[in-house]
Design a protein around this ligand. Structure first.
Ligand SMILES: Cc1ncc(COP(=O)(O)O)c(C=O)c1O
Length: 379
């Protein structure tokens, strides 16, 4: 993808945005079925509409059916599952990868594998709801540390007495609502020093960030107990995985209800995820392109708009403050051709309502130009 450079004199006001060539992979419908440039989907590379993924899903569906029909232990297991697990394990340099029908389920299974009623789970304040549900399911005690605050994390570990308690630290590598990146190297050091386990959810980073998209945890993988990731975002498909050593993998196979007692990932989604992985492998520059593009978008929004913008990667949050303002901005953008949903409490703290935008592959210079022109007109 070409890097976006925006010449200053090309910013101009446009009353409405014409979809021009209609970039198929970027268009979504709003609740009134209006076609809009989708600036909020997690389909970061637009792969969900890639013809190769669609073909792979179609062809396997003809052979294997749309659904898998039962759990992996009855008749749900298909060669495509093993193929995807093996390829992912090799790519991530992990001993074992197991597939799950969703990231929500994988996170619950991961926490249940590492914590129980005698454990303390020390989690970043902003972790995803699925991880909190996992803590509840495991009946562990939950302790929160301030977002990305290493001192608070270490204090909480020491105060929880790791020599006496089984402790699990839970973080995301890239936080979905803030776009902030976890200091994983430092977090792994703290966990190692205090001999506590670490779970990293790579949902929004896998395929994009880290060496050749292998995730931000890749360079410190040997100090991480479990990594979870989803196929519903950069991979353009659906479903998820847990990556770990063989011992934990075997434990999950033997004991995890979320793995054993659920209909296996649909063959079409597994084939789509495998093709998505192939695309990511073939296009190693995509991740960095997305980051460079996001940087341009962020700088331009900051330059031209008075609200603060957060985000260290392809997820950017325009912090608007009041809920009503965020909804008003969402509607204003919709009227002008862009879909960007207002994120409000309880998903984010009161007073921090925002428009979360995701910088996706194939968003081009004209779209940025129009977005900026529209924002400049916002009253
Ligand atoms: C950080 C994080 N983890 C897990 C999930 C759940 O993944 P899935 O949509 O595959 O259930 C999400 C979903 O958006 C997420 O943002």
């Amino acid at each position: 993808m070409k890097k976006i450079k925006i010449p200053k004199n090309r910013i101009r006001k446009l009353k409405t945005y014409s979809l021009g060539k209609k970039p198929f992979e970027l268009i979504s419908l709003n609740s009134q079925n209006k076609k809009l440039i989708d600036l909020c989907s997690n389909d970061y590379f637009g792969l969900s509409r890639d013809k190769h993924l669609i073909k792979a899903a179609y062809e396997i569906s003809l052979l294997e059916g749309i659904g898998s029909g039962s759990s992996r232990f009855i008749t749900g297991s298909r060669p495509i599952h093993k193929l995807l697990e093996t390829k992912l394990a090799k790519w991530l340099d992990q001993e074992k990868v197991l597939l799950f029908p969703s990231g929500f389920q994988a996170n619950i299974a991961a926490i249940e594998a590492l914590a129980n009623r005698n454990s303390i789970v020390i989690a970043d304040k902003l972790i995803h709801n699925s991880l909190l549900v996992g803590v509840k399911a495991a009946q562990a005690k939950l302790v929160r540390f301030s977002h990305n605050n290493l001192k608070d994390l270490e204090d909480k570990i020491i105060n929880s007495n790791p020599t006496k308690n089984s402790i699990l630290v839970v973080v995301e590598s890239l936080y979905s609502m803030e776009g902030s990146i976890a200091p994983l190297r430092e977090i792994t050091e703290i966990c190692k020093k205090n001999s506590v386990q670490l779970l990293v959810d790579e949902a929004h980073a896998i395929g994009i960030l880290g060496p050749e998209g292998r995730g931000l945890s890749f360079n410190c993988r040997s100090d991480i107990t479990i990594i979870t990731g989803t196929f519903g975002k950069a991979f353009g498909s659906g479903g998820a995985f847990i990556a770990s050593n063989s011992e934990i993998g075997e434990y999950l196979i033997q004991t995890s209800g979320a793995f054993r007692y659920t209909t296996a990932l649909a063959p079409s989604l597994a084939a789509g995820a495998l093709e998505g992985l192939n695309k990511i492998l073939e296009n190693k520059e995509w991740g960095n392109d997305l980051l460079s593009s996001a940087k341009v978008w962020k700088d331009e929004i900051i330059k031209n708009f008075s609200f603060p913008v957060q985000g260290d990667s392809h997820i950017l949050s325009i912090i608007v403050g009041q809920e009503e303002k965020a909804i008003y901005l969402q509607k204003y953008l919709e009227k002008n051709g862009f879909l960007a949903i207002a994120i409000r409490p309880p998903t984010v703290p009161v007073g921090q309502s925002r428009i979360r935008i995701t910088i996706r592959r194939n968003l081009d210079f004209n779209m940025l130009e129009n977005f900026i022109a529209i924002l400049k007109d916002f009253k």
